[in-house]
Design a protein around this ligand. Sequence first.
Ligand code: AOF
Ligand code: ZN
Length: 339
Amino acid sequence: MAGGGSTAIDEAMQLAVDEADAARGRTSPNPPVGAVILDVDGVVVGVGSTHPPGGPHAEVMALREAGEKARGGTAVVTLEPCNHTGRTGPCSQALVEAGIAKVVFAVADPTPLAQGGARTLIEAGVLVESGTGADSVLKGPLRAWLHKQRTGRPHVTLKYAASLDGRSAAADGSSQWITGPAARAHVHEQRSKLDAIVVGTGTVIADDPRLTARLPDDSDSPHQPTRVVVGLREISPASQVRSSDAPTLFVRSREPADVMHALAEHTDVLIEGGPTLAGAFLAAGLVDRIVAYIAPVVLGSGAAAVENAGVGTITDALRFSIESVQPIGADILLSAVPT
Ligand code: AOF
Ligand code: ZN
């Protein structure tokens, strides 16, 4: 398949999306981008992702691996190659110099600083296509970064585990192990891809969570998001969130707007609970996505996953639409976005 037929391109884009996803949490304020180089026969000869700020972009990493095999080949990238000399040189130019014949990218770069790579490539005689894999890139690795470019705010995901009847704790306050081991492993894998995890002081006092991202063997994963503790209550000096395993930021306020201000430098943020903090963020209209792990368990009494979201009557209900439903072990994972 000279130049890579559409199956080879689709598979390469999936690989690029996976690479970008694996780089999440380490690139902010830059986007996590993935790039794959196919040689003239459509064979993968280079794979790369964005390095931490100041380091090489995805295309440069993939081109380095491909070397001379890039000549006449195709570059498949999750974001339009940049066109500017910032902390690194323009990727559009690097692709031209490597002799790439065709570039396929998923999503255009919306930043005035870096956009224009497609035009530069076309002017240099490179074939350019866009839109392949856009849906998985928009919902996946570039979701938070694109949201921040659009709104100026970090992307906020509210995550909780709840019973079938929507509760996150039993009547006596005990809350561990509502969901099964597969769901908990998934939580840890997701944590390692974030910039910050936010909890209320109530949760720290009640559960004393570590809030670190851990590997299946319970060791700490190499990337740890910043732990952010929000609220006015005193936290014990012995709390596990004070450990040196990950950075911790204390925000002495319960106001979601103050928390957002403190998180302004971040891109991809998770609210972990508890119910009061979740309710405050929902009431303030600051939740961009809910990720709910629902266990086939009934508790019958105990705190709900979300309390006091400012809804007094059914017409004020906060409406969401389901983005995905995925079984995880015996539980399900729901992703929902505001309508
Ligand atoms: C790419 N490939 O892998 C990434 C891109 O500060 P700099 O010089 O590193 O540039 C950051 C900008 O480049 C960032 O705002 C975004 O527009 C683009 N990111 N571009 O070609 C990449 N991460
Ligand atoms: Zn670049």
